[in-house]
Design a protein around this ligand. Structure first.
Ligand SMILES: C[S@@+](CC[C@H](N)C(=O)[O-])C[C@H]1O[C@@H](n2cnc3c(N)ncnc32)[C@H](O)[C@@H]1O
Length: 415
């Protein structure tokens, strides 16, 4: 495979990331069975399964939290060490101007979490230099309108939030109602995937955590326009109407194998949401791990005597946060929702013991797949960036804020 230098072009970076995705497509597909059991063929074929299953708790935690940056145990198979090095190379992006810490501590504002406040601060610092040439800012998927409000106050430009959800747009308007009319953003209710994104010269299009296809639409609309700038932090790549995502960038020479490998189905795109970090949004990592094991036990109990239940559907009809409660409570609720008699305490204990082993195995066998999750995210970022560059825009990409502020932290700036 080609190697990257710091000064490599976006197209060259795209090609290296794309070839890594293609070469590891079988690993990305190698989701270990919920019940542990047999290791996926892609791991067995590479001779990695026994090493992965031998990882102790500390080694596993280090790999889960630090991924390619972890110190891999000395006994790690050489090909897996080489893959981690390759992943590090692809995922190391230049720092963006304006990324980093704010000059002064940030003051909390009405309705904003500290994380959202930090994201908006960093994002607004990226937008500010572009907006000096803009006549209008369009915030696509504006949600509660925190970003639009911040920018309208800072830039003194018309800022329009576009939001599909009327309740969110209403909330954004009510939160903005105290601002002076000169600096108040406006919010339009529109589904831009259905209604389109109509752009004019002088527009600066922005999206903070614009999910899946929304990000794609922004990129392709800006690529077709004249004199329009774009600042985008994407997320949830699997949120799209079609079943899969084909590359935006056209290959220089036809390569059917590569094109096929890069046609990424939603189930793989969803992998890019896997976050390697200690704190979850609603719970700590340790709490999340225990909750996952509990859900596995519940899934087994609900599947007994019938067809296996799809993983994740065991908490259908319950609030996701109920998975943080203890197993007996969770089982009672899940069986009650389905109007089924609850299993005995012995059956619950047996399912818990089984889930402990199965979950431990599945976590270990998921290490290579989780390692590649960031590669998918970087590949899509570079695909969007190189496509815009091929249409004559000047494009920069990089990390905008630390993962603790949000693991979905990759930004693209095009002008
Ligand atoms: C992940 S949220 C981000 C919200 C906001 N930008 C922020 O950073 O807090 C994505 C937002 O995009 C909106 N959205 C999703 N699809 C949309 C569409 N097709 N048209 C307009 N808005 C959409 C959602 O309703 C949601 O408010």
């Amino acid at each position: 495979m080609e190697s990257l230098t710091a000064a490599a072009s976006l197209r060259a970076r795209w090609e290296v990331a794309a070839r890594l995705v293609a070469a590891t497509r079988d690993l990305l597909e190698a989701r270990p069975g919920a019940g542990g059991g047999e290791a996926p063929h892609a791991l067995v074929a590479r001779g990695w399964d026994s090493f992965l299953l031998s990882l102790d708790e500390d080694e596993l935690a280090a790999l889960e939290i630090r991924g390619h940056d972890a110190d891999w145990p000395v006994r790690t198979p050489a090909a897996l060490v080489a893959l981690a090095a390759r992943v590090r190379e692809v995922c190391t992006l230049p720092a963006l101007p304006g990324a980093g810490r704010p000059a002064a501590p940030l003051r909390q504002r009405r309705g904003e979490t500290p994380r959202k406040r930090a994201q908006i601060d960093a994002f607004a610092r990226l937008v500010a230099p572009l907006a000096t040439r803009a006549t209008r800012v369009l915030d696509v998927g504006s949600g509660h309108g925190h970003l639009a409000r911040d920018l309208a106050g800072q830039l003194g430009l018309p800022v329009v939030g576009l939001e599909r959800d009327p309740a969110l747009a209403g909330r954004a308007r009510s939160l903005s109602s105290g601002a002076s009319p000169t600096f108040a953003p406006t919010f339009a209710v529109t589904d831009v995937l259905r209604d389109g994104l109509s752009l004019a010269e002088g527009d600066c299009v922005i999206g903070l955590h614009a999910c899946g296809e929304l990000g794609e639409l922004m990129v392709t609309s800006v690529a077709r326009s004249r004199g329009v700038a774009l600042v985008l932090v994407g997320c949830c790549l699997q949120k799209r109407r079609q079943g899969s995502r084909a590359p935006l960038l056209t290959l220089a020479a036809p390569d059917d194998g590569l094109a096929r490998a890069l046609d990424l189905p939603r189930r793989l795109l969803g992998l890019s949401n896997l976050a390697a970090r200690d704190e979850g949004v609603e719970a700590t990592r340790a709490e999340n791990l225990v909750a996952r094991e509990r859900r596995l036990a519940l899934n087994r109990l609900l599947s007994e005597g019938g067809a296996p239940l799809r993983l994740g559907s065991e908490i259908d009809g319950l609030n996701r946060r109920t998975a943080q409660r203890d197993l007996s409570w969770l089982v009672a609720r899940a069986f009650a929702v389905r109007r089924r008699p609850a299993p005995s305490q012995t059956a619950i204990d047996e399912a818990a013991a089984w889930a402990r082993v199965a979950h431990a195995q599945a976590r270990r066998l998921s290490v290579p797949r989780a390692l590649l999750a960031r590669v998918l995210e970087v590949y899509v970022l570079l695909d969007r960036a190189a496509h815009l560059e091929s249409r004559g825009l000047r494009v920069e990409v990089g990390e905008l804020f630390p993962a603790a502020v949000s693991p979905r932290n990759l930004a693209l700036v095009a002008r």
